[in-house]
Design a binder for this molecule. Sequence first.
Ligand SMILES: C[S@@+](CC[C@H](N)C(=O)[O-])C[C@H]1O[C@@H](n2cnc3c(N)ncnc32)[C@H](O)[C@@H]1O
Length: 500
Amino acid sequence: MRQLTLPFDTPIYLKTSPIVTAHPLSHDGLCREDARLNLETQYAYLLEESDLFNRRVVSFQANKTETLHSWIKYREGFSAQLVETLFAELGIQPGHTILDPFAGSCTTLLEAKMWGVNATGIELLPHCHLSWQAKARAFDYDIDELVQIRRLVQQQTPPSTNAVFPHLLITESAFSPETEQELMAYDQWLAEQEFSADTHLLCQALLMSLLEEVSYTRKDGQYLRWDGRALKIKQRNQQRNQQGKEPIQGIDKGDLPSVKQAFLHHLNRVIQDIVELQKQPPPTSHQTVLEGSALDILPTLKPNQFDAVITSPPYANRYDYTRTYALELAYLNVGDAIFNLRQQMLSCTVENKPKIDQLQEFYLSLEREAEFVKTLNVVQTNPVLNEINHALQIRNQEGDVNNQGVLGMINQYFTELTFIFAELFRVCRSGAHVAVVNDNVRYAGEVIPVDLLCTNLAEALGFEPVKVYVLPQQKGNSSQQMGKFGRRPLRKSITVWKKP
Ligand SMILES: C[S@@+](CC[C@H](N)C(=O)[O-])C[C@H]1O[C@@H](n2cnc3c(N)ncnc32)[C@H](O)[C@@H]1O
């Protein structure tokens, strides 16, 4: 385990420069922007640029070489280093209890485990749970058994099988027929070996972790990108050819490893990490990851129990995790449940339907209708969100919005987040800090200051704003936005609030 003195006794703020917006928030001043500009002025004192939080640390990039965290890639994750820095900054100590309601690959929970901090996570998607279960057992695996598996895989070839990959419509032809056969042969063969339950789980997680690598797909934010060799692309191009259309240019992933090569590569890495980790186990602590939607689970948790929250919700950027991780979800046999998972996600895609009626019913069933009404009122009367909603409607009338679903998505995103923040307030102890990593976004030339708007909503719910760390390098825009509305740097921030 790495050593770190908790909490930092030196200040971590390197630079102070209020990063108040100097650019217009509504392109060409088409729509009202005073509420957003007022917000920038009101919270200018909170904004602080810090080199400690750079793009590498705030993304999964810094985890790629990290012991344990690198086992299963999660592009949407933040890094262990970020969590450690926040532990120091928020004064989180062994024995404390923290929460991450959007746990993802469970970076927060794993770091908690390393430092003897108790933690609860909530996560909707099943592949994240397998990833957590495999990594959380790092101190329990029987190394001899893992070495035995490695020898077995090196020396033997699994018998062929009739088992087929449980494809979803969107994953069909993601593998070459040979790769798919090899994958299923390993899947079945490893499951049949007489190993412990922990080792079986690790093998399943490793097979899941190599799916993208051996496939004709590449994860790319909103979608899976496809290699031109995939049958799906070939068939589509035949059709396009008949219609006199240009063929789709698939990506070229070059030579792909075999399942055996990829499995051994991952297993070697994992064994090395486990050998090192087991030399120095961390102090005892407890972590639990609850499966389901944070909107449903948070209201059922006991009040006043957490010393801090470290989290990163999905960004309001239309990325659909159920599409990006379709291969992993298919492998875990989710089948048609994928549609329900997609709808249960915090609204961040244009396909998400409003959840407000369901929420109302749920709060009613908990006999907490008054809280439902109060929270809804906070979001519905927020002048900044109202200004943004109105601006997007005008942009839509002007024909600037390329998908009308964005209008609903943005309103739902902040409505649902407000319910999350209200619950965080309830489940946190007095004095607890909440740190939220998020990106500002822009649609149809309208800047949405996610960091400050969330801070504003959190303040209306009772939190005290503490700080908004801004990454030194701001985010660019999609090529579509740049082409039409020019480049407009957007903040990537970590907001920190405190329950008084
Ligand atoms: C930005 S990622 C978090 C990544 C995490 N910090 C990590 O290091 O891996 C957001 C996560 O929220 C999850 N999520 C989305 N909607 C959810 C919901 N309603 N309830 C619980 N989790 C949800 C997504 O599946 C995704 O894993």
